[in-house]
Design a binder for this molecule. Structure first.
Ligand code: FES
Ligand SMILES: [Fe+2]
Length: 396
Protein backbone atom coordinates (compact mmCIF):
# COMPACT_ATOMS: atom_id res chain seq x y z
CA UNK A 1 0.00 0.00 0.00
CA UNK A 2 1.34 3.43 -0.89
CA UNK A 3 1.68 5.69 2.11
CA UNK A 4 -0.30 8.88 1.64
CA UNK A 5 -0.30 12.21 3.40
CA UNK A 6 -3.06 13.58 5.59
CA UNK A 7 -5.75 15.29 3.51
CA UNK A 8 -5.11 18.93 2.68
CA UNK A 9 -8.16 20.25 4.52
CA UNK A 10 -6.79 19.10 7.91
CA UNK A 11 -4.03 21.70 7.58
CA UNK A 12 -6.37 24.69 7.61
CA UNK A 13 -9.62 24.06 9.42
CA UNK A 14 -10.80 25.61 12.69
CA UNK A 15 -12.90 22.61 13.71
CA UNK A 16 -10.01 20.24 13.07
CA UNK A 17 -7.71 22.46 15.13
CA UNK A 18 -10.22 22.30 18.00
CA UNK A 19 -10.01 18.48 17.82
CA UNK A 20 -6.22 18.67 17.76
CA UNK A 21 -6.26 20.81 20.88
CA UNK A 22 -8.25 18.25 22.88
CA UNK A 23 -7.02 14.98 21.38
CA UNK A 24 -3.38 15.94 20.95
CA UNK A 25 -2.09 19.13 22.52
CA UNK A 26 -3.79 18.88 25.90
CA UNK A 27 -2.79 15.21 26.22
CA UNK A 28 0.82 15.20 25.16
CA UNK A 29 3.97 16.40 26.86
CA UNK A 30 4.99 19.91 25.94
CA UNK A 31 8.50 21.16 26.54
CA UNK A 32 8.62 24.34 28.60
CA UNK A 33 12.35 24.81 29.04
CA UNK A 34 15.38 23.69 31.00
CA UNK A 35 16.24 23.60 34.69
CA UNK A 36 19.03 26.15 34.13
CA UNK A 37 16.34 28.73 33.40
CA UNK A 38 14.83 28.12 36.83
CA UNK A 39 17.74 28.37 39.24
CA UNK A 40 16.51 30.46 42.16
CA UNK A 41 13.29 30.13 44.17
CA UNK A 42 10.74 32.33 42.42
CA UNK A 43 12.20 31.93 38.91
CA UNK A 44 9.46 30.99 36.48
CA UNK A 45 8.78 30.11 32.85
CA UNK A 46 5.41 30.68 31.27
CA UNK A 47 4.08 28.44 28.52
CA UNK A 48 1.03 29.31 26.44
CA UNK A 49 -0.80 26.98 24.09
CA UNK A 50 -4.17 27.39 22.36
CA UNK A 51 -5.75 29.53 25.06
CA UNK A 52 -4.15 27.70 27.99
CA UNK A 53 -1.33 29.19 30.00
CA UNK A 54 0.96 27.40 32.43
CA UNK A 55 3.72 28.49 34.74
CA UNK A 56 6.60 26.38 35.98
CA UNK A 57 8.38 27.84 38.96
CA UNK A 58 10.91 26.92 41.60
CA UNK A 59 9.54 27.00 45.12
CA UNK A 60 11.29 27.98 48.36
CA UNK A 61 12.54 24.41 48.90
CA UNK A 62 14.06 24.26 45.44
CA UNK A 63 11.34 22.03 43.97
CA UNK A 64 9.79 22.72 40.58
CA UNK A 65 6.03 23.21 40.44
CA UNK A 66 3.68 23.68 37.50
CA UNK A 67 0.35 25.52 37.70
CA UNK A 68 -2.31 27.02 35.50
CA UNK A 69 -1.47 30.69 35.15
CA UNK A 70 -4.94 31.77 36.24
CA UNK A 71 -6.08 33.60 39.37
CA UNK A 72 -8.72 31.69 41.32
CA UNK A 73 -10.69 34.90 41.96
CA UNK A 74 -11.89 36.18 38.59
CA UNK A 75 -9.43 34.44 36.31
CA UNK A 76 -6.89 37.18 35.66
CA UNK A 77 -3.83 35.87 33.79
CA UNK A 78 -1.36 36.00 36.68
CA UNK A 79 2.08 36.22 35.11
CA UNK A 80 2.40 38.25 31.96
CA UNK A 81 5.96 37.76 30.77
CA UNK A 82 7.35 34.61 29.16
CA UNK A 83 9.95 34.22 31.91
CA UNK A 84 10.84 36.05 35.08
CA UNK A 85 11.17 36.02 38.83
CA UNK A 86 8.69 36.57 41.63
CA UNK A 87 9.91 37.35 45.11
CA UNK A 88 8.38 34.84 47.50
CA UNK A 89 4.85 35.20 46.23
CA UNK A 90 2.68 35.70 43.18
CA UNK A 91 0.32 38.62 43.66
CA UNK A 92 -2.54 39.02 41.22
CA UNK A 93 -2.46 42.46 39.62
CA UNK A 94 -6.24 42.72 39.57
CA UNK A 95 -7.46 42.58 43.21
CA UNK A 96 -4.32 41.36 44.92
CA UNK A 97 -4.96 37.71 45.75
CA UNK A 98 -1.52 36.42 46.76
CA UNK A 99 -0.18 32.88 46.29
CA UNK A 100 3.00 31.46 47.75
CA UNK A 101 5.53 29.59 45.60
CA UNK A 102 3.77 26.32 46.34
CA UNK A 103 0.63 27.76 44.79
CA UNK A 104 -1.26 28.17 48.09
CA UNK A 105 -3.57 31.16 48.38
CA UNK A 106 -2.13 33.01 51.36
CA UNK A 107 -3.71 36.47 51.29
CA UNK A 108 -6.99 37.97 50.11
CA UNK A 109 -7.43 41.74 50.41
CA UNK A 110 -10.64 42.48 52.33
CA UNK A 111 -11.06 38.82 53.10
CA UNK A 112 -13.85 39.51 55.63
CA UNK A 113 -16.06 40.75 52.78
CA UNK A 114 -16.19 37.27 51.23
CA UNK A 115 -18.83 35.04 52.80
CA UNK A 116 -17.22 31.81 53.92
CA UNK A 117 -14.23 31.87 51.62
CA UNK A 118 -11.94 28.86 52.16
CA UNK A 119 -8.44 29.86 51.09
CA UNK A 120 -7.23 26.29 51.35
CA UNK A 121 -9.47 25.35 48.40
CA UNK A 122 -8.37 28.21 46.19
CA UNK A 123 -4.75 27.43 45.48
CA UNK A 124 -3.37 27.59 41.97
CA UNK A 125 -4.48 24.56 39.96
CA UNK A 126 -1.53 22.20 39.51
CA UNK A 127 -0.41 20.77 36.16
CA UNK A 128 1.44 17.52 35.63
CA UNK A 129 5.17 18.08 35.16
CA UNK A 130 8.20 15.94 34.40
CA UNK A 131 11.91 16.70 34.21
CA UNK A 132 13.87 14.55 31.75
CA UNK A 133 17.65 14.98 31.44
CA UNK A 134 17.29 18.56 32.67
CA UNK A 135 14.40 19.49 30.37
CA UNK A 136 11.05 20.47 31.84
CA UNK A 137 7.82 19.17 30.33
CA UNK A 138 4.17 19.67 31.25
CA UNK A 139 0.93 17.99 30.24
CA UNK A 140 -2.31 19.92 30.62
CA UNK A 141 -4.54 16.83 30.83
CA UNK A 142 -3.27 13.59 32.26
CA UNK A 143 -4.57 10.81 30.03
CA UNK A 144 -2.52 8.15 31.74
CA UNK A 145 -0.21 7.87 28.74
CA UNK A 146 3.52 7.20 28.93
CA UNK A 147 5.87 9.62 30.64
CA UNK A 148 8.60 11.46 28.74
CA UNK A 149 11.17 9.05 30.16
CA UNK A 150 9.16 6.11 28.80
CA UNK A 151 8.71 7.73 25.39
CA UNK A 152 12.39 8.53 25.08
CA UNK A 153 13.62 5.30 26.68
CA UNK A 154 14.98 3.95 23.34
CA UNK A 155 17.20 7.04 23.10
CA UNK A 156 17.94 7.64 26.77
CA UNK A 157 21.52 6.37 26.68
CA UNK A 158 22.34 8.17 23.44
CA UNK A 159 21.00 11.43 24.86
CA UNK A 160 22.60 10.97 28.29
CA UNK A 161 26.07 11.24 26.71
CA UNK A 162 25.46 14.93 26.23
CA UNK A 163 25.09 15.67 29.96
CA UNK A 164 22.23 18.01 29.25
CA UNK A 165 21.38 18.46 32.95
CA UNK A 166 24.55 20.50 33.36
CA UNK A 167 23.97 22.80 30.40
CA UNK A 168 23.32 26.54 30.46
CA UNK A 169 21.24 28.67 28.10
CA UNK A 170 23.06 29.98 25.04
CA UNK A 171 21.19 33.01 23.74
CA UNK A 172 17.55 33.81 24.42
CA UNK A 173 14.46 31.74 23.70
CA UNK A 174 13.53 32.50 20.13
CA UNK A 175 10.09 32.42 18.57
CA UNK A 176 9.22 32.73 14.90
CA UNK A 177 5.78 33.08 13.34
CA UNK A 178 5.16 30.65 10.49
CA UNK A 179 2.44 31.11 7.87
CA UNK A 180 1.73 27.40 7.86
CA UNK A 181 -0.09 24.86 9.98
CA UNK A 182 2.00 23.29 12.73
CA UNK A 183 1.76 19.90 10.99
CA UNK A 184 3.38 21.26 7.83
CA UNK A 185 6.29 22.43 9.95
CA UNK A 186 6.55 19.09 11.78
CA UNK A 187 6.25 17.11 8.53
CA UNK A 188 9.15 19.12 7.13
CA UNK A 189 11.20 18.76 10.28
CA UNK A 190 10.82 14.97 10.20
CA UNK A 191 12.33 14.23 6.81
CA UNK A 192 15.65 14.77 5.10
CA UNK A 193 14.31 13.86 1.67
CA UNK A 194 14.27 17.63 1.03
CA UNK A 195 17.88 18.18 2.15
CA UNK A 196 19.68 17.70 -1.20
CA UNK A 197 17.52 20.38 -2.84
CA UNK A 198 16.22 22.44 0.08
CA UNK A 199 19.42 22.70 2.15
CA UNK A 200 22.56 22.75 0.00
CA UNK A 201 24.58 23.55 3.13
CA UNK A 202 23.43 20.49 5.08
CA UNK A 203 23.92 18.40 1.98
CA UNK A 204 27.55 19.56 1.77
CA UNK A 205 28.07 19.00 5.48
CA UNK A 206 26.57 15.53 5.95
CA UNK A 207 23.89 14.88 3.33
CA UNK A 208 25.09 11.51 2.08
CA UNK A 209 25.62 10.12 5.58
CA UNK A 210 22.02 10.71 6.72
CA UNK A 211 20.30 7.84 8.52
CA UNK A 212 17.00 7.61 10.32
CA UNK A 213 15.50 5.44 13.01
CA UNK A 214 11.81 5.20 13.87
CA UNK A 215 10.87 3.94 17.33
CA UNK A 216 7.37 3.12 18.58
CA UNK A 217 5.26 5.74 20.37
CA UNK A 218 6.08 8.57 17.97
CA UNK A 219 9.75 8.88 18.80
CA UNK A 220 12.36 8.98 16.07
CA UNK A 221 15.82 10.12 15.10
CA UNK A 222 17.48 11.42 11.98
CA UNK A 223 20.95 12.79 11.44
CA UNK A 224 24.32 12.56 9.81
CA UNK A 225 28.05 12.87 10.39
CA UNK A 226 30.20 15.73 9.16
CA UNK A 227 32.05 14.76 6.01
CA UNK A 228 35.82 15.07 5.88
CA UNK A 229 35.81 16.78 2.52
CA UNK A 230 36.02 20.53 3.08
CA UNK A 231 32.88 22.43 2.12
CA UNK A 232 33.12 25.21 -0.47
CA UNK A 233 31.09 27.42 1.88
CA UNK A 234 33.03 29.62 4.31
CA UNK A 235 30.98 28.96 7.48
CA UNK A 236 30.72 25.24 6.84
CA UNK A 237 34.39 24.82 5.99
CA UNK A 238 35.49 26.65 9.13
CA UNK A 239 33.01 24.73 11.26
CA UNK A 240 34.41 21.46 9.92
CA UNK A 241 37.92 22.64 10.65
CA UNK A 242 37.46 24.34 14.03
CA UNK A 243 34.95 22.08 15.78
CA UNK A 244 37.05 20.87 18.71
CA UNK A 245 36.99 17.57 20.54
CA UNK A 246 34.30 17.20 23.18
CA UNK A 247 35.90 14.83 25.66
CA UNK A 248 32.71 13.39 27.18
CA UNK A 249 31.21 12.36 23.83
CA UNK A 250 31.77 8.88 22.37
CA UNK A 251 33.74 8.71 19.12
CA UNK A 252 30.71 8.38 16.85
CA UNK A 253 29.13 11.48 18.41
CA UNK A 254 32.03 13.86 18.22
CA UNK A 255 31.10 15.01 14.71
CA UNK A 256 27.44 14.01 14.48
CA UNK A 257 24.44 16.26 13.89
CA UNK A 258 21.37 14.49 15.22
CA UNK A 259 17.68 15.27 15.40
CA UNK A 260 15.47 13.48 17.92
CA UNK A 261 11.75 14.07 17.82
CA UNK A 262 8.82 13.22 20.04
CA UNK A 263 5.18 13.24 19.00
CA UNK A 264 3.55 15.60 18.41
CA UNK A 265 5.64 18.71 18.12
CA UNK A 266 9.06 18.80 19.67
CA UNK A 267 12.61 17.88 18.83
CA UNK A 268 16.11 18.06 20.17
CA UNK A 269 18.71 19.25 17.68
CA UNK A 270 21.94 17.76 18.92
CA UNK A 271 25.34 19.03 17.85
CA UNK A 272 28.71 18.35 19.47
CA UNK A 273 29.04 22.05 20.33
CA UNK A 274 25.48 22.79 21.50
CA UNK A 275 21.98 21.42 21.63
CA UNK A 276 18.60 23.03 21.33
CA UNK A 277 14.99 22.13 21.81
CA UNK A 278 12.60 23.01 19.08
CA UNK A 279 8.83 23.13 19.26
CA UNK A 280 6.06 23.98 16.81
CA UNK A 281 2.94 25.49 18.35
CA UNK A 282 -0.41 25.96 16.58
CA UNK A 283 -1.84 29.48 16.74
CA UNK A 284 -4.83 29.59 14.41
CA UNK A 285 -5.86 27.43 11.43
CA UNK A 286 -2.99 27.48 8.95
CA UNK A 287 -0.70 29.49 11.27
CA UNK A 288 1.87 28.41 13.83
CA UNK A 289 5.08 29.44 15.53
CA UNK A 290 8.34 27.82 16.42
CA UNK A 291 9.86 28.18 19.87
CA UNK A 292 13.41 27.12 20.59
CA UNK A 293 16.38 27.70 22.83
CA UNK A 294 20.00 26.55 22.68
CA UNK A 295 22.07 25.20 25.56
CA UNK A 296 25.80 24.66 25.98
CA UNK A 297 28.42 23.52 28.45
CA UNK A 298 30.82 26.03 29.91
CA UNK A 299 33.76 25.90 27.46
CA UNK A 300 35.97 28.89 26.89
CA UNK A 301 38.14 27.40 24.14
CA UNK A 302 38.43 29.79 21.23
CA UNK A 303 37.67 27.00 18.75
CA UNK A 304 34.51 26.10 20.63
CA UNK A 305 33.30 29.68 20.65
CA UNK A 306 33.97 29.88 16.91
CA UNK A 307 32.24 26.55 16.24
CA UNK A 308 29.14 27.71 18.14
CA UNK A 309 29.02 30.92 16.15
CA UNK A 310 29.46 29.09 12.85
CA UNK A 311 26.84 26.52 13.77
CA UNK A 312 24.43 29.38 14.46
CA UNK A 313 25.18 30.89 11.04
CA UNK A 314 24.73 27.59 9.23
CA UNK A 315 21.49 26.73 10.99
CA UNK A 316 20.07 30.24 10.69
CA UNK A 317 20.29 29.73 6.94
CA UNK A 318 18.66 26.28 7.27
CA UNK A 319 15.79 27.86 9.22
CA UNK A 320 15.23 30.52 6.53
CA UNK A 321 15.11 27.75 3.96
CA UNK A 322 12.69 25.64 6.00
CA UNK A 323 10.30 28.52 6.68
CA UNK A 324 10.14 29.30 2.98
CA UNK A 325 9.51 25.63 2.18
CA UNK A 326 6.74 25.11 4.72
CA UNK A 327 5.01 28.37 3.81
CA UNK A 328 5.10 27.27 0.17
CA UNK A 329 3.49 23.96 1.15
CA UNK A 330 0.73 25.77 3.03
CA UNK A 331 -0.03 27.82 -0.09
CA UNK A 332 -0.25 24.66 -2.20
CA UNK A 333 -2.48 22.89 0.32
CA UNK A 334 -5.06 25.60 -0.31
CA UNK A 335 -5.34 24.64 -3.97
CA UNK A 336 -8.56 22.99 -5.14
CA UNK A 337 -6.39 20.62 -7.18
CA UNK A 338 -4.63 19.00 -4.22
CA UNK A 339 -6.09 16.50 -1.75
CA UNK A 340 -3.27 14.18 -0.68
CA UNK A 341 0.07 12.93 -2.00
CA UNK A 342 2.36 9.88 -1.75
CA UNK A 343 5.11 9.43 0.86
CA UNK A 344 8.42 7.66 0.30
CA UNK A 345 10.35 5.50 2.74
CA UNK A 346 12.63 8.50 3.22
CA UNK A 347 9.58 10.12 4.78
CA UNK A 348 8.98 7.27 7.24
CA UNK A 349 9.04 9.62 10.21
CA UNK A 350 6.40 11.80 8.53
CA UNK A 351 4.29 8.71 7.94
CA UNK A 352 4.54 7.70 11.59
CA UNK A 353 3.64 11.22 12.73
CA UNK A 354 0.60 11.37 10.46
CA UNK A 355 -0.60 7.89 11.44
CA UNK A 356 -0.56 9.01 15.08
CA UNK A 357 -2.67 12.07 14.19
CA UNK A 358 -5.08 9.80 12.33
CA UNK A 359 -5.30 7.42 15.26
CA UNK A 360 -6.17 10.21 17.66
CA UNK A 361 -8.47 12.09 15.24
CA UNK A 362 -10.13 9.55 12.92
CA UNK A 363 -11.90 12.21 10.87
CA UNK A 364 -8.46 12.89 9.35
CA UNK A 365 -9.19 9.85 7.18
CA UNK A 366 -11.81 11.80 5.21
CA UNK A 367 -10.28 13.00 1.99
CA UNK A 368 -12.73 15.92 1.85
CA UNK A 369 -13.72 17.98 4.86
CA UNK A 370 -17.07 17.11 6.43
CA UNK A 371 -19.64 19.84 6.06
CA UNK A 372 -18.90 22.90 8.16
CA UNK A 373 -20.14 22.46 11.71
CA UNK A 374 -20.08 18.65 11.58
CA UNK A 375 -16.36 17.82 11.88
CA UNK A 376 -16.49 16.89 15.57
CA UNK A 377 -19.65 14.81 15.13
CA UNK A 378 -18.19 12.94 12.16
CA UNK A 379 -15.02 12.37 14.17
CA UNK A 380 -16.98 10.77 17.00
CA UNK A 381 -18.82 8.56 14.53
CA UNK A 382 -15.58 7.37 12.92
CA UNK A 383 -13.96 6.81 16.31
CA UNK A 384 -16.50 4.08 16.97
CA UNK A 385 -15.71 2.26 13.72
CA UNK A 386 -12.81 -0.15 13.10
CA UNK A 387 -9.78 1.83 11.96
CA UNK A 388 -9.41 0.21 8.53
CA UNK A 389 -13.00 0.86 7.58
CA UNK A 390 -12.66 4.56 8.23
CA UNK A 391 -9.68 5.25 5.97
CA UNK A 392 -10.79 6.39 2.55
CA UNK A 393 -8.59 5.15 -0.25
CA UNK A 394 -6.67 7.86 -2.00
CA UNK A 395 -5.60 7.55 -5.60
CA UNK A 396 -2.13 8.98 -6.11
S1 FES B 1 -8.74 38.21 39.49
FE1 FES B 1 -6.99 37.91 40.69
S2 FES B 1 -7.42 38.96 42.51
FE2 FES B 1 -9.20 39.26 41.33
FE1 LIG C 1 14.64 21.38 6.41
Amino acid sequence: VTWTTLPAWTYNNAEFLALEKEAIFMRTWQIVGHVSELKRPGDYLRFDLLGESAIVLRDGEGKLKAFHNVCRHRAFRLLGSPEGHCDGLIRCRYHGFAYDLKGRLIAVPGEQEFDGIDKSKLGLVPIEMEVFLGFVFIRFADDGGPRVADLLAPFHDALAHYRTEEMEPFGPTSTTGIRADWKVAVDNNLEAYHVPIGHPGLQRLYGTTYTLEVQPLGVSRGGGTLRDQASANWSERHYQKLLPDVAHLPADRKRAWLYYSVFPNFAFDIYPDQIDFFQYLPLTPGRSMSRSRSFVHADSRREMRAARYLNMRINRQVTFEDVELVEGVQLGLGSRSYHSGPLSRKEARVHQFQELILKRIPVAACIDPPESGTVAARNLQLASMPADASRESVAV
